[in-house]
Design a protein around this ligand. Structure first.
Ligand code: PEP
Ligand code: MG
Length: 579
């Protein structure tokens, strides 16, 4: 028996046999192509692109009818990346210019794209790098080994896939083959494959570093997707223990499912609003299914990605209207663009130098204010779309009040403009600010009187407060939502909202993490926005909690001077939870 530890990215326990997906390493050949054969080489490259597209389209057709919307959108993203001129055309120029083979041309273009993505601070954009790498690898395989049969086809139902890494396309195909769980050497908790695993509901562990080295085909495995523990050849007694836990989880799942129609109210009557975070219009389905009261964060960046030009006002208007209509009167919080200075590399919307430290550079509202040509169409589109439902506008990364004043002035100016044009718009759209920079949290009382609501973005708030890059593996162990500095900033923000009489929400990952729900309720948070997949679990905690008791917990936590004791207090309060 051997246990490996990785990052659990999708909960659940699976006991089954391993299927190790070993893809032959591709070595990239490199040679000169005689001039008369250059066009033939270009043709060979184009065939590989065509074949890759056909493969992805086949995967797309195979997406099971009951698969979540993300499944299709990830594959569609790969198809779009494949069609992008940076992948489909740039290597052709290299073949012609250098009279070298297609594999070499694709490989240097892949490296070039890698360098560009390295500069990005935004984890979502960095995740796009993984997508780009996966698309490049697909084309490369089709160039080097055009006859390579897709190994996945031989996978049998009920197995646990162990692989170095998986693409979203692999994940969909594997699920189609009724795979029970997967384990990878690489990957991170916010990789698309991890997100997909969560929405497909299969246990998954990534970043084990060595699973493919230790596991042989057919070996018995236990995957504990919640704790990130992988047990190879477990003893009988360990198996028995995990089977017991499996049954417990199944019971709990059933109980949670039955909460769809139940109210999100604590036993002492405090209403806790549970909303969903979405990235694409297609995600609305999952939000409604999970009984979300509304959308607490619509990340609009995705509309701007993988394209040469930013979306027009009209295109944005249609996209927002689609979400607003689908939510059928429930509130939709549309966050204005949160891209970094890096986005022009994506063929994005604005020019400008890549800053030395993008996380501290021209991103989000700073970028938008510096480029009104980018910002104005979005604000207009939101104001116009708002007539179709209940819309809130949310400004990311506010750090100084002068920014807020400029945004509010711009919104007023655009309302006037729309009025003069005789275009319908909602003059009463609520405007809120994200509190995700420590400066804004410390001075939340100065922001609150000018805003209709606040929303705490813990992903960035934690990274900036603790000076820990949220996507840097090397310092991830220091990423602690329970760090007293973070808790104080959260409490300060909640209190500032209360004093100003405006609601305070939280839309960072902390809001959807069951380990923190009790403490946050105790701190007075009443609005949580999260991935729809975790919403019902949070509702269960709400319904079993007494807000008054949790306030006591929060008081104890906030007054403890010992960080270990602080963690213990929170752990003890959570102890009744199983699974
Ligand atoms: C956050 O920072 O917590 C947040 C919700 O925004 P994003 O993750 O999109 O930066
Ligand atoms: Mg953020």
């Amino acid at each position: 028996m051997l246990a490996l530890h990785g990052t659990g990215v999708s909960s659940g326990i699976c006991i089954g046999k391993a299927y190790v997906l070993r893809r032959a390493q591709i070595s990239v050949p490199e040679y000169n192509v005689p001039k008369p054969l250059v066009e033939k080489e270009v043709e060979r490259f184009q065939q590989a692109i065509d074949y890759s597209r056909q493969q992805l389209e086949r995967v797309h057709e195979h997406i099971p009818a009951n698969a979540p919307a993300e499944a299709a959108s990830f594959i569609e993203t790969h198809i779009l990346i494949l069609a992008d001129k940076l992948i489909a055309d740039a290597p052709i120029e290299n073949i012609r210019k250098h009279k070298r083979n297609a594999e070499w041309a694709l490989s240097i273009q892949g490296q070039e794209l890698g360098r560009i993505f390295e500069q990005m601070d935004d984890p979502y954009l960095r995740n796009r790098r993984t997508d780009v790498d996966q698309v490049v690898e697909r084309v490369m395989r089709n160039l080097v080994m055009p006859q390579d049969v897709e190994q996945e086809e031989s996978v049998e139902a009920g197995q646990i896939i162990v692989a170095n890494d998986l693409t979203p396309a692999d994940t969909v195909l594997l699920k189609h083959n009724r795979i029970k769980a997967f384990v990878t050497d690489l990957g991170g908790p916010i990789s698309h494959t991890a997100i997909l695993a969560r929405s497909l509901g299969i246990p998954a562990i990534v970043s084990t570093h060595s699973a493919t080295q230790y596991i042989r085909n057919g070996e018995e495995l236990i995957v504990d997707g919640k704790r990130g523990v992988l047990i190879i050849s477990p003893d009988k007694s360990v198996q028995k223990e995990y089977r017991k836990r499996q049954r417990e989880i199944a019971r709990l799942k059933k109980e949670i499912e039955s909460l769809r129609k139940s109210k999100s109210v604590t036993i002492d009557g405090r209403q806790i609003h549970l909303l969903a975070n979405i990235e694409l219009a297609a995600d609305v389905k999952a939000a409604i299914k999970a009984s979300a009261e509304g959308i607490g964060l619509y990340r609009t960046e995705f509309l701007y990605m993988n394209r040469a030009q930013p979306p027009s006002e009209e295109e944005q208007f249609r996209a927002y209207r689609k979400v607003i209509k689908a939510m059928d009167g429930r509130p939709v919080t549309i966050r204005t663009l949160d891209l970094g200075a890096d986005k022009q590399v994506d063929g994005g919307a604005s020019a400008g130098p890549v800053t030395i430290n993008p996380a501290l550079g021209l991103r989000a509202v700073r970028l938008c204010l510096s480029d009104p040509g980018l910002f104005r169409p979005q604000l207009r589109a939101i104001l116009r779309a708002a007539v179709h439902g209940s819309v809130k506008m949310m400004i990311p990364m506010l750090s100084s009040q002068s920014e807020l004043v400029r945004v509010l002035e711009l919104i007023e100016e655009l309302k006037q403009e729309l009025r003069q044009e005789g275009r319908p718009f909602d003059p009463d759209v609520l405007v809120g600010g994200m509190i995700e920079v420590p400066a804004a949290a410390v001075t939340a009382d100065l922001f609150a009187p000018h805003l209709d609501f606040l929303s705490i973005g813990t992903n960035d708030l934690i990274q900036y407060t603790l000076a820990i890059d949220r996507v840097d593996d090397a310092v991830n162990y220091l990423y602690d939502p329970l760090h007293p500095s973070v808790l104080r900033l959260i409490a300060t923000t909640i209190n500032a909202g209360r004093a100003a009489g405006i609601p305070v929400a939280m839309c960072g990952e902390m809001a959807g993490d069951v380990r923190y729900t009790r403490l946050l309720i105790g701190l007075g948070l009443t609005e949580f926005s999260m991935h729809p997949a975790t919403l019902l679990e949070i509702k269960k905690i709400v319904r079993e909690s007494s807000a008054e008791e949790l306030e006591e917990l929060a008081r104890a936590v906030m007054s403890t001077h010992d960080i270990r004791q602080l963690h213990e207090l929170v752990d003890n309060a959570n102890e009744t939870r199983v699974g």
